[in-house]
Design a protein around this ligand. Structure first.
Ligand SMILES: NC(=O)c1ccc[n+]([C@@H]2O[C@H](COP(=O)([O-])OP(=O)(O)OC[C@H]3O[C@@H](n4cnc5c(N)ncnc54)[C@H](O)[C@@H]3O)[C@@H](O)[C@H]2O)c1
Length: 183
C-alpha cells in the first residue's frame, strides 16, 4: 500500500499489540520513522523487530497515563527523528462489566488510560507540531462512544469524551459565528 506518507516521523502509542501493531507495520511499510510508546516494552520490541525490516522504529517504554512520561515520549521522538508529523493516540483499555459491578478504582483506571492519556500525549505533541506547522493527530475511539454497550458505560463515556475533545480541537477554515452574532 502506498499512502504517500513516506519519510514522516510517526508516534504510535500502544503500538505493541493488535490494532497498534497493524498501524506500526503499515507506517513502516511507507518508509516512515516510527516511535512506539508502550507500557509493554518487550511486546512492543517484537513489533519493532518486524517493522524494522521496513523502516526505522524505536520503542520507548512509557506509561502515558503519566504526564511527564507522555512528554518524554514526544521529546524522544522529536530528538531522534527531527520532529513529529503524526501522533496516533491508540492506547485504550477496558474491562466490560455492568456499571453496578464497577468500583471507583476501576473508573479511575479507565478514565486515566482512555481519556487522560490523550491529553498527556496530545499536549506534548502539539508543543512540537504547532511551531513546525506539522501534520496530524489521530485518536482511536470506539463504537461504544456512540450507541453504547450495557457493559461499557464508563469506557463508552471516556471514548465519547475523546470524540468531543478531538472535534473541538480540529482546525476549522473560519471561526464559527454564534447564532446571536449572525445577522
Ligand atoms: N480491539 C477492539 O475490538 C477495539 C474496538 C473498539 C475500539 N478499540 C480501541 O482501539 C485501540 C487499540 O485497541 P487494541 O484492542 O489494539 O488494544 P490492546 O489492548 O491490544 O493494545 C493496547 C496497547 O496499549 C498498551 N498500553 C496499555 N496501557 C498503556 C499505558 N498506560 N501506557 C502505554 N501503553 C499502554 C498495551 O501494552 C498494548 O500494547 C484502543 O484505544 C481501543 O480502545 C479496540
Amino acid at each position: 500500500m502506498n499512502l504517500e506518507l513516506a519519510g514522516k516521523s510517526v508516534v504510535v502509542t500502544g503500538g505493541g499489540s493488535c490494532i497498534g501493531r497493524a498501524i506500526v507495520l503499515t507506517y513502516a511499510e511507507e518508509g516512515d520513522s516510527i516511535t512506539i510508546g508502550d507500557i509493554g516494552e518487550a511486546q512492543a520490541g517484537k513489533v519493532a523487530d518486524l517493522a524494522r525490516e521496513r523502516g526505522a522504529v524505536r520503542v520507548v517504554g512509557t506509561d502515558i497515563t503519566q504526564h511527564d512520561q507522555g512528554k518524554a515520549l514526544m521529546d524522544q521522538a522529536d530528538a531522534r527523528h527531527g520532529g513529529i508529523n503524526v501522533l496516533l493516540n491508540n492506547v485504550g483499555w477496558e474491562r466490560p462489566m455492568f456499571f453496578t459491578q464497577t468500583t471507583p478504582e476501576l473508573w479511575d483506571k479507565i478514565i486515566r488510560v482512555n481519556y487522560l492519556s490523550v491529553f498527556n500525549c496530545t499536549s506534548a505533541a502539539l508543543e512540537k507540531m504547532i511551531p513546525a506547522e506539522r501534520d496530524s493527530i489521530v485518536s482511536i475511539s470506539s463504537d461504544a462512544s456512540r450507541q453504547g454497550e450495557p457493559r461499557e458505560a464508563v469506557y463508552g463515556g471516556t471514548r465519547a469524551a475523546v470524540n468531543r475533545f478531538m472535534k473541538t480541537n480540529a482546525p476549522r477554515s473560519a471561526p464559527r459565528q454564534s447564532r446571536r452574532s449572525r445577522s
